[in-house]
Design a protein around this ligand. Structure first.
Ligand code: FAD
Length: 186
């Protein structure tokens, strides 16, 4: 995985091996236009000195964000349309599936969809907060984040403890966001 604002802005690039000789190389650039994509790709390939033999290329335009309310009369907003895709890493398969199940349950047995999805919505709001903070990080800050994540106890805690990290970090994220805002105003 690569983090570098010069070609990925506040996004990232990653490589997924598909076997001994093939892999998927993904570059995710937020706040960009289709026209700018080629330039980002070229810069990524040049900077990281990658020389892939390209067998297939594709682009996906993807929008994520918060959505509210999640139910309007008999219309239920589920999955990506309900804002159940995280703003930071675009992970949303699990909450999206859950939203489908919960919408079905609300329709069939009358449960309160907004209420059952509330914990997932809270998690999405936390991810959104983190995304807003992340957007302001430069390469130096990103290096610091990666170094922090590589400290053994932090890494161990993240990988082995069943902690809700976003919940714990939310007030810290709020503090840093307020600090950035004050800095920008002065
Ligand atoms: C590049 C990328 C990588 C991702 N990686 C991950 C990951 O690693 N882990 C993870 O958890 N999530 C990941 N996600 C997010 C994940 O894909 C979404 O959270 C999930 O697909 C949302 O499911 P959905 O059913 O709401 O929407 P979708 O999967 O987008 O399904 C919507 C479907 O509706 C169809 N459709 C749209 N309009 C119409 C219409 N008018 N009529 C009929 N059909 C229509 C579309 O063709 C599509 O098939 C990734 C997303 C992207 C773009």
């Amino acid at each position: 995985m690569w983090l570098n604002t010069s070609y990925a802005k506040s996004g990232y690039a990653y490589l997924i091996p598909m076997g001994q000789e093939r892999a998927s190389l993904i570059l995710t650039v937020p706040y960009t236009t289709h026209e700018e994509l080629n330039q980002h790709w070229k810069s990524f390939i040049d900077t990281e000195k990658l020389n892939p033999e390209v067998v297939e290329l594709w682009d996906i335009e993807f929008e994520s964000g918060l959505s509210y309310p999640h139910q309007v009369g008999s219309t239920f907003l589920v999955g990506a349309s309900g804002g159940f895709v995280g703003s930071l890493l675009c992970s949303g398969l699990f909450p999206s599936l859950i939203s489908g199940f919960e919408a079905a349950r609300a329709i069939s047995v009358g449960t309160d969809y907004s209420k059952t999805m509330e914990p997932y919505f809270t998690n999405m709001k936390r991810q959104f907060n983190l995304r807003q903070l992340w957007d302001g990080l430069d390469n130096h800050n990103l290096d610091r984040v990666v170094s922090l994540l590589n400290i053994k106890p932090v890494k161990y805690g993240l990988l082995n403890c069943n902690l809700d990290i976003l919940k714990r970090a939310d007030s810290l994220i709020g503090y840093f966001k307020r600090r950035e805002k004050t800095k920008n105003l002065s």
